[in-house]
Structure formats: C-alpha cells, structure tokens
Design a protein around this ligand. Structure first.
Ligand SMILES: Nc1ncnc2c1ncn2[C@@H]1O[C@H](COP(=O)(O)OP(=O)(O)OP(=O)(O)O)[C@@H](O)[C@H]1O
Length: 258
C-alpha cells in the first residue's frame, strides 16, 4: 500500500550547521514527486530524512515532523530500521553487492527479514525482477554476479532489490545520473510503472527528467553559501514548469541560474 508523507516544520542539521530550514510539504501516494534545485540546497538531505537515513551521519539530526500516513517517523518508539524497510531507497551510483549473485542481490532484504522458504524467495525474485523490467535480460543467468551487469542493468537490479521487500515508498537520489540516455529512458519508464504501486520521490538535476516523470515538483533554493536551503515552491509539475508562482523557480527552470 502506497503511503502519503506529510512533512511539517522540518529543520535538518549536520551538527551545528542547519542545512535545510522550515520545510512543510505533502507527498501524495501513487505519485512521483521530484525534488529540484541548485547544488547544495539540501535535496538529498531532505530525501534522506524521509527514511531516517539522515541520522546515520554522526551529529546529524532533525527537528519537526515527518508523518507516514498517521505514523510519526521520528517518534521515540519508532525503530529506524523498520522505517527503512517501509521506505526503500535507490542511490545515485548503482550499488549491487558485486560478487553476490543476481538472485541473492534481490533476495538479500527478504533473507535479512527472516524469509527462508525457497519457493517464497524464488517467487519474490521473479516478481521483483519483472517489476524492475530486468527479468527478460537475466532470467537465464540468475547465478551470475551482480557486478557482471551493465550500469543500467545494475541500477534496475538495485530497484528490484528495493521493491523485493514490498516497501510503501521508494526514494531515488539521482538514480539516472550515472547512466547513458537509453538506460535513463528505461529507468524513467520503470518509474512511471512503479508509481501505480508505490509513492515515489526522486531527486534530479535533469529538468527534462523532472518534467517527464513527475506529477509534483518541489523546488528548493538557498540564499547563499553556508545558509540553509528552503522549499521555495511545490505544485503540480505542469504548473511549476509552465507557470510557477515564484520568480526564483522560473529563473531556475529556464536555466537562468543553478
Ligand atoms: N555528511 C554531511 N556532513 C556535513 N554537511 C553535509 C553532509 N552532507 C551534506 N552536507 C551539507 O548540507 C547541505 C545540503 O547538501 P545536499 O547534498 O543535501 O544538497 P543537494 O541539493 O542534494 O546538492 P547536490 O545537488 O549537489 O547533490 C550542503 O551545504 C552540504 O555541504
């Protein structure tokens, strides 16, 4: 079940440095939401607060609220590891376990969750590889190492690994930035299919990509080096790219800065 995310009054810190300030936003379920903005404005930092990955950096912390439907992710009784199971993540560089087989890469999360039955694992591996549009290319070589695949295939393998544990939200931090244009289009097609089942948030530097794949766009900006980033505007992608409310958004999407 895809979930809705409600962020309110969120400030994000690395030690004493406030990297992002005062974010209020709603991410709708079964939608793709894109985070855009110039380098250093806090897009990746913001993304990582949505599955409590931010706090793996020593001294990093947040103030404010992140609600996943009616659950407060930062409530003291919430286990961050359980949050990351529900809110999966795909990173900029494809990071399969390189020597582990394709099969085991996809099954890794399920095995960690205690699933042992071979038929259950087999089904999940096939379903996830099909979901990631990779099954046709790898079904006859599931025992080959993950590192033997091309970059685009490796990224789809990472997406298969992320969806194998049936998360409700999928966070993607520039998932195509290390890929060639054909692999990029394959991932973009895949994102459009996955949004039928998951809530997806994607950080991208590529304006055309944000316009192509997302339903909603959030534009972040910062007023100067060493200052915190802010959410300037969030709206339907169509509105942001055709008639944004803020001058800074228009300047950014038309390439006049950033
Ligand atoms: N691990 C960290 N420790 C300390 N400061 C950090 C850390 N990671 C990021 N920052 C700082 O937080 C701010 C936001 O960084 P972040 O990477 O979230 O921006 P971004 O918008 O995703 O940038 P880019 O588009 O270049 O990837 C920057 O000032 C950055 O230097």
């Amino acid at each position: 079940m895809a979930k809705r995310i409600d962020v309110s009054g969120l400030d994000i810190y690395y030690g004493a440095f406030k990297a992002v300030e005062g974010v209020n936003m709603t991410v709708e379920p079964r939608n793709v939401t894109a985070f855009i903005g110039p380098s250093g404005c806090g897009k990746s930092t913001m993304l990582r607060t949505l599955n409590r990955m931010h706090e793996v950096v020593p001294g990093a912390r947040v103030e404010g609220k992140v609600m996943l439907d009616d659950q407060d992710l930062y409530s003291s009784d919430v286990d961050p590891v359980a949050v990351r199971r529900v809110v999966g993540m795909v990173f900029q560089r494809p990071n399969p376990f390189p020597t582990m087989s394709i099969y085991d890469n996809v099954a890794a999360g399920l095995k960690l969750n205690g699933v042992r039955q071979k038929s259950v694992l087999d089904d999940a591996v096939e379903r996830s590889l099909k979901g990631a549009n990779l099954w046709k290319e790898v079904h006859d070589r599931l025992n080959r190492p993950g590192g033997s695949l091309s970059g685009g295939q490796q990224q789809r393998l990472c997406i298969a690994r992320a969806i194998a544990v049936e998360p409700q939200v999928l966070l993607m931090d520039e998932p195509c930035s290390a890929l060639d244009p054909i692999s990029t289009l394959a991932i973009e097609d895949l994102i459009s299919q996955l949004k039928e089942r998951f809530t997806i948030v994607i950080v991208t530097h590529n304006m055309q990509q944000a316009a192509r794949v997302s339903d909603a766009t959030a534009f972040f900006n910062l007023s100067g080096q060493g200052k915190p980033g802010h959410l300037i505007e969030m709206d339907s992608t169509q509105k942001i790219f055709s008639n944004p409310s803020e001058k800074a958004t228009e300047a950014y999407i038309t390439g006049r800065f950033g």
